[in-house]
Design a protein around this ligand. Structure first.
Ligand code: FAD
Ligand code: ZN
Length: 494
C-alpha cells in the first residue's frame, strides 16, 4: 500500500474513533474547544506542547473502558491525564494530533471509607487534598503529601508512584495501596480492588501499574491504606553549616524520637533568598543566615508535651555537639505553616527568578554530601556563574538539584545547554548508584536518557512488559519506553 493510502486509512480510523468515543461519553464528556484544551495540552514548564482532536472525560470506569476499546480497535493512542502536574511531558499528547486525551477528572467519587479496616476506596480523579480531608474527617490519616496536592489526582499519584514529604515514615505511593481497578489497553477492566494486607497469590499485578505512567493501564480506582491520625505534630526549622551535619542531625533525631520523624527537608540559603524576593509573606524563621537549612517534622500518636520535648532534646544535644547552628521549634500552627510555606514555595520562587535546568535525583543517603559537592563543582566548571538551587527530601536521599542561569546570562542560551548539564549531573548521580528520576518519572523528558543509565537487560525487560500488556502501543504511546505507534495499525473498525 502506498504511504498516501496508509495516511488516508489512518485519518479515517482517527475520525471513526473520535466520533464513536464522543458518543460514548455524551455531550458533557468531551471537548474540542481550543481554549478549554489549551491547559491540558501543555506541561506547565512549557517543555512539551501537544495536540489532540478531542479530550474525553468519561463519567465512570465503564466509559473509560469503552473509550479505550474503541481507540484500540482503530489503533489510536490514548493519553491518560490526571492533574497534569507531572512535569515530564507524560500526561500531554504528542504533536501529531492523532492521540485521544482522556481526563480522569470526572471519576472523583470516594466509593467507601472503612474506618475499622483502615482503608479507603477512591476513584482515580479524586484530588489528593480531598482524599486527605476525607480521611481526616474519619479521624484517619492518608499520609501522601506534596506541594501539588491541591490539583494532582490520586490516579496520577499512583501512576507516577509519587513520593512527597512523608516518605521517610510512610513510604512512597506504592506503599500506600492495597488494591487497584485498572482499564487495560484492550479495554478490559481488571477489578483488583482487594483490601488485603496479606496476599501471596502470585505476581503482585497492582505494583506493575503503579509507577508505569499510564503506559500499561489506566487506573480508575484504588484501595488506599489509612493510618491513625497524629495527635501532635512538631515542626522545627534548623540552620546548619553543611549537609554532612544535616545527616548527623537526622541520625540524632531518630535515635531520640524513633520513626516518629516524618519529614526531613533540606534547603540551601539561595532557596530562602528566592522565596523572600518573590513570594509575599515568607520570612526567615531564624535570626542569622546559614548556608543550609532543614525543616524537620515529627508526627506522634501521643498528645501532650512529650513529642515536642523529644524534638527539643534532640536539637539541644545537636546544638551542644556543634552539629547545628540554630533552630526554631514552631509554637503555633501558624508558625508551622509558615515554615512549610517556605519549603513549598521554592519551585514557584525559582520559576519567578527565571527558572533553570532541573534534576530530580536520588543517591544513597550517606552519599548526599559528596554528590552535592561534586555536582556543584562540575556544574560551576561547565557554566561559570551558574546558580545551584538544591533542596528536597534529604531523609529519602532525594535532591532537587536545579541549576539557574548566571545573573547576567542570556536565558535562552543557558537553557539550550539543558541536555549537556543534565548529562554532567546525571553521570555523577550514576557514579553513586543513584537514580536520575527519584519522583517525577520518565514521561517523554527522560525516556531516551534513561537508556544511558539502566542496563540493556533492564531496558529490554521494560520493553517486554510493555509489549506483553500493550502489544499495539495504545496507552500513552512514546512515554517511558520508546515505541512508535503509527495511527491506523490496529485491527480496524469493529
Ligand atoms: P499527571 O501529571 O496528570 O500524570 C502523570 C503521569 O501519570 C502521566 O504519564 C499520565 O499519563 C499518567 N496518569 C495520570 N493519571 C492516570 C491514571 N488515572 N491512570 C494511568 N495513568 C495516569 N511528585 C512527587 O513525587 N513528590 C513531590 O514532592 C512532588 N512535588 C511537586 C510539587 C509541585 C509544585 C509540582 C507541580 C509537582 C510535584 N510533583 C511531585 C510531581 C507531581 O505532582 C506528581 O508526579 C503527581 O503524582 C502527578 O499527579 P497528576 O494527577 O498531576 O498526574
Ligand atoms: Zn519533591
Amino acid at each position: 500500500m502506498s504511504e498516501r493510502t496508509n495516511q488516508q486509512f489512518a485519518l479515517q480510523g482517527l475520525e471513526w474513533a473520535v466520533s464513536h468515543v464522543k458518543a460514548v461519553v455524551g455531550p458533557k464528556g468531551w471537548t474540542d474547544d481550543p481554549r478549554v484544551l489549551a491547559p491540558h495540552l501543555e506541561e506547565r514548564r512549557g517543555l512539551f506542547r501537544g495536540a489532540t482532536p478531542v479530550m474525553v472525560s468519561p463519567a465512570d470506569t465503564g466509559e473509560v473502558a469503552e473509550v479505550v476499546r474503541l481507540c484500540a480497535a482503530s489503533g489510536i493512542g490514548v493519553v491518560p491525564q490526571g492533574g497534569n502536574t507531572g512535569l515530564c511531558g507524560g500526561a500531554v499528547p504528542d504533536e501529531s494530533g492523532a492521540q485521544v486525551l482522556l481526563s480522569l477528572a470526572r471519576l472523583d467519587r470516594i466509593r467507601e471509607l472503612d474506618a475499622a479496616g483502615n482503608t479507603m476506596t477512591v476513584e482515580a480523579g479524586c484530588i489528593l487534598a480531598d482524599v486527605q480531608a476525607a480521611a481526616a474527617d474519619a479521624d484517619r490519616l492518608f499520609p501522601l503529601s506534596l506541594a501539588a496536592e491541591g490539583s494532582c489526582q490520586i490516579g496520577g499519584n499512583l501512576s507516577t508512584n509519587a513520593g512527597g514529604t512523608a516518605v521517610l515514615r510512610y513510604g512512597n505511593a506504592r506503599d500506600l495501596v492495597l488494591g487497584l481497578e485498572v482499564v487495560l489497553p484492550d479495554g478490559r477492566i481488571w477489578n483488583g480492588l482487594r483490601k488485603l494486607r496479606k496476599d501471596n497469590t502470585g505476581y503482585d499485578l497492582k505494583q506493575l501499574f503503579i509507577g508505569s505512567e499510564g503506559t500499561l493501564g489506566i487506573v480508575t480506582a484504588a484501595v488506599l491504606r489509612l493510618f491513625p491520625r497524629p495527635r501532635s505534630v512538631v515542626t522545627a526549622f534548623v540552620g546548619l553549616r553543611d549537609v554532612a551535619r544535616a545527616l548527623e542531625l537526622l541520625d540524632r533525631a531518630r535515635a531520640v524520637c524513633g520513626d516518629a520523624i516524618t519529614g526531613f527537608e533540606l534547603m540551601s540559603r539561595i532557596c530562602l533568598d528566592f522565596c523572600f524576593r518573590h513570594v509575599p509573606g515568607t520570612r526567615d524563621p531564624l535570626e542569622a543566615e546559614h548556608p543550609w537549612y532543614v525543616l524537620l517534622e515529627l508526627q506522634s500518636g501521643l498528645a501532650g508535651t512529650g513529642p515536642q520535648e523529644c524534638v527539643e532534646e534532640a536539637l539541644a544535644a545537636a546544638l551542644d555537639a556543634g552539629a547545628i547552628e540554630d533552630a526554631a521549634v514552631a509554637t503555633s500552627e501558624a508558625q508551622a505553616y509558615a515554615m512549610w510555606k517556605l519549603r513549598e514555595s521554592i519551585p514557584e520562587a525559582e520559576l519567578r527568578e527565571g527558572g533553570g535546568i532541573k534534576h530530580d535525583v536520588s543517591v544513597p543517603l550517606p552519599d548526599v554530601p559528596a554528590f552535592l559537592d561534586r555536582a556543584t563543582r562540575a556544574v560551576g566548571e561547565a557554566v561559570p556563574g551558574a546558580r545551584v538551587v538544591a533542596f528536597g527530601h534529604l531523609g529519602d536521599g532525594n535532591i532537587h538539584f536545579n541549576v539557574g542561569p548566571p545573573t547576567d546570562a542570556d536565558k535562552e542560551a543557558f537553557l539550550a545547554r539543558w541536555g549537556a548539564v543534565n548529562e554532567i549531573v546525571h553521570d555523577i548521580v550514576a557514579s553513586f548508584g543513584g537514580s536520575i528520576s527519584a519522583e517525577h518519572g520518565l514521561g517523554r523528558l527522560k525516556r531516551d536518557e534513561i537508556v544511558r543509565y539502566k542496563s540493556a537487560l533492564e531496558i529490554d525487560l521494560m520493553a517486554r512488559v510493555k509489549a506483553a500488556l500493550d502489544p499495539d502501543g495504545i496507552l500513552n504511546p512514546g512515554k517511558v519506553v520508546r515505541r512508535a505507534l503509527s495511527p491506523g495499525t490496529g485491527s480496524g473498525c469493529p
